[in-house]
Design a protein around this ligand. Structure first.
Ligand SMILES: Cc1cc2nc3c(=O)[nH]c(=O)nc-3n(C[C@H](O)[C@H](O)[C@H](O)COP(=O)(O)OP(=O)(O)OC[C@H]3O[C@@H](n4cnc5c(N)ncnc54)[C@H](O)[C@@H]3O)c2cc1C
Ligand SMILES: NC(=O)c1ccc[n+]([C@@H]2O[C@H](COP(=O)([O-])OP(=O)(O)OC[C@H]3O[C@@H](n4cnc5c(N)ncnc54)[C@H](OP(=O)(O)O)[C@@H]3O)[C@@H](O)[C@H]2O)c1
Length: 619
């Protein structure tokens, strides 16, 4: 896979009819803004350009003129004021100014800030950082540390990079955030095959990034970190599974929230005589053809794999404890249109503006719909907009189901947003209505040698049980033994209640930084890549301050961290996912939301833009 460079596109060599054909697939709002940025011709703001035929003709003239050398691209980056005007025009006038710098950074419309150049290379070379995990977040950290000339080692328990996208190879696995946004802001790929590409392509992307940045020499593969102990004075001792130890000044945990598969706590599961598979530990050697398969769970993983395996298995019984809400997404499985792809690859700034469009459309506008109206009486919705969405989505579901008994089962009884809604193009309900698929909602009593018995006394037989039952998400950094200052164990410190300041730093654990840590998961919008970029930026700011101030360690002040936790907890209780009637992996055993970020994305971007020295104890 080729990784593209922001603001650089390929030479235009196509004929005029070929370009015209490509324009037929254009995303017109992005096309419009690209033309504006290329030409800076403000007459293009005129409302007549809402006419896509006129815009297409104008684009054809501009692109052929670029091709023929009769026009040049204005390569000067536009200022924030002009960009804001463009954003307002594109998004219908509702982009608050506070979003502009965040979006410009995401769109590569700001000059990079080589902050580290102010610090002598020798000083930078004195820090040594361990990164645990080579998934999306660990790779990102490695790139930034390498750019900054800070020595580092990445420890990865697997034999390859990619984390989530390496491990989850179940049929149908694909991204649920549009791919032209689910990639690093500084490393786009203009050639994604689909709007929501499959797992193999995601894995290829992360492998290509690692190779492009020549990170492999820094990664110790097949190296499971078992413990990290704070020795003292800005020094951690890290131990890997084979007993090797090494000392570092700082540790960045990039182990993800969704990396340790969870088998369900169902009596008898170990007694099953057939094959048991967890969705995240797929067995490509197990042929499901002609098999009776039971799938436990109806979360995001089951949702993707059931339609695929139903094509193959003799029979599939889907065991549902609670139904998922669906998010209609007609292009969920669609290939990127060839003309659109050509424009991404060849028309300057088209990709930047397409990224803005995707991000803005899936940014913060959904959050009010997921925020509780305290006067609202219903338990299956939380405010008027949430109720309207519930009704629309119920109609969407009802329109696809031709059986009343099934319909009752597939309409969730909790508010939309209680769990992340699942992108749907009709595959799920089509699969559930196949002759060889049953949706069973009885409570499971136990797994037997040859199948599953339910509380109502009924039983089914199975050759294979697939547990699409999620991950040990509440066990952050588990099963590593992390010991902080004064011998305190992170496991004891957190108990069942992991908390970190901005999801990143933890009092009493100096120079320990978490990526995708507590309360940084997203339900209402964005992508985890965006959040990780915010976190890595913040961590680099912390490391710089250590260097510039000649300090050895930093840890957040307890009172600052506590105030943050209170704010987060209070807000999470007022979100759909925090309601008492909602059960999910976002909550710990006491019902506290340990996973999710309850505020706007722009709030997180602002809060992590740079560390505030006053928030920390420096030693
Ligand atoms: C199937 C699936 C689909 C998803 N789809 C989306 C999506 O569409 N959009 C989205 O925003 N998010 C999605 N997510 C969330 C996804 O996890 C993140 O987007 C992202 O991949 C997280 O990257 P990460 O590097 O933080 O963690 P991971 O990708 O989980 O990587 C963690 C890495 O740490 C390594 N590791 C763990 N423990 C140790 C140890 N002790 N020692 C050494 N190495 C260790 C692991 O082997 C792994 O390589 C999805 C998650 C899953 C499970
Ligand atoms: N790109 C994507 O679209 C994608 C794909 C896969 C995963 N993901 C990410 O990964 C997260 C985890 O997804 P996941 O589907 O693997 O896990 P999950 O969302 O935690 O879903 C697990 C499913 O198993 C059920 N379950 C768990 N234990 C059970 C038990 N003992 N008995 C019966 N049912 C049980 C759960 O029921 P309840 O709902 O009742 O708890 C749920 O339906 C997602 O939320 C998402 O963030 C994303």
């Amino acid at each position: 896979m080729h990784i593209d460079t922001p603001n650089q596109t390929g030479a235009i060599t196509e004929t005029t009819p070929e370009i015209d054909l490509a324009l037929g697939d254009a995303h017109f709002p992005s096309l419009h803004m690209a033309l504006l940025q290329i030409t800076r011709d403000e007459s293009l703001f005129h409302e007549q350009y809402a006419d896509t035929e006129l815009l297409r003709r104008t684009a054809l003239d501009t692109i052929t003129a670029l091709r023929d050398g009769k026009r040049t691209v204005n390569t000067e980056l536009p200022d924030a004021g002009f960009v804001h005007t463009m954003m307002q025009h594109m998004a219908g006038g509702n982009v608050p100014e506070e979003y502009v710098p965040m979006m410009m950074q995401e769109m590569s419309l700001l000059e990079p800030d080589p902050w580290y150049e102010d610090i002598p290379a020798e000083t930078r070379g004195k820090l040594k950082v361990a990164v645990i995990g080579a998934g999306m977040s660990g790779i990102l950290t490695a790139i930034r540390l390498q750019e900054a000339g800070i020595p580092f080692v990445v420890f990865e328990k697997n034999s390859e990079v990619g984390g989530t996208w390496f491990e989850n190879s179940y049929p149908g696995c694909r991204v649920d955030v549009p791919n032209h946004f689910y990639c690093y802001s500084f490393a786009p790929n203009y050639s994604w095959s689909s709007h929501f590409s499959k797992r193999d392509e995601l894995l290829d992307y992360f492998i290509a990034i690692v190779d492009q940045y020549d990170l492999r020499p820094h990664i110790h593969f097949n190296n499971d970190v078992t413990s990290a102990e704070y020795v003292d004075d800005g020094c951690w001792q890290l131990t890997t599974q084979d007993g090797t130890t090494e000392q570092f000044n700082a540790i960045v945990s990039a182990v993800g929230q969704l990396n340790r598969p969870k088998l369900p706590d169902i009596a008898g599961l170990n007694d099953f005589a057939g094959t048991t598979i967890h969705s995240a530990q797929w067995r490509s050697d197990v042929d499901l053809t002609g098999k009776k398969v039971v799938v436990i769970g109806t979360g995001a993983s089951a949702f993707q794999l059931v339609p695929e395996i139903a094509e193959q298995a003799e029979h599939v019984s889907v065991l549902q404890r609670s139904a998922p809400w669906l998010m209609p997404t007609p292009d969920y499985h669609d290939a990127v249109e060839p003309g659109h792809q050509w424009l991404l690859q060849h028309l300057p700034y088209y990709a930047n503006w397409y990224r803005f469009w995707l991000f803005w459309s899936g940014c913060d506008s959904f959050l009010p719909t997921l925020t509780v109206d305290l006067a609202w009486q219903r338990t299956d919705s939380i405010n008027a907009a949430n109720e309207a969405l519930r009704q629309r989505t119920t109609e969407y579901i009802s329109g696809q189901v031709h059986n009343d008994a099934l319909l009752k089962k597939v309409i969730p009884d909790y508010p939309i947003g209680g769990k992340r809604p699942l992108r749907d193009n009709g595959m799920w309900l089509t699969a559930l209505q196949r002759d060889n698929v049953d949706l069973i909602t009885h409570s499971i009593r136990k797994v037997t040698q040859d199948g599953v018995t339910f509380e109502n006394g009924e039983s089914i037989t199975a050759d294979v049980i697939i547990c699409a039952t999620g991950f040990q998400a509440d066990h952050f950094l588990w099963p590593m033994n992390i010991v902080g200052r004064d011998g305190i164990k992170l496991d004891d410190f957190w108990g069942s209640n992991p908390k970190a300041y901005l999801g990143i730093t933890v009092p009493q654990f100096p120079n320990l930084f978490c990526l995708y840590g507590p309360n940084t998961n997203l339900v209402h919008g964005g992508s985890i890549i965006f959040h990780s970029e915010c976190q890595v930026n913040y961590i680099m700011g912390c490391l710089t301050t250590l260097l510039t101030e000649g300090q050895r360690s930093l840890e957040p002040r307890s009172e600052v961290a506590e105030a943050f936790y209170d704010r987060v907890d209070e807000a999470n209780q007022q979100r759909a996912w925090g309601r008492p009637q909602v059960k999910s992996w976002y909550k710990n055993s006491e019902g506290r939301v340990t996973q999710n970020w309850p505020f706007r994305l722009v709030d997180y971007w602002r809060d992590t833009k740079a560390p505030d020295a006053k928030d920390f104890i420096w030693r």
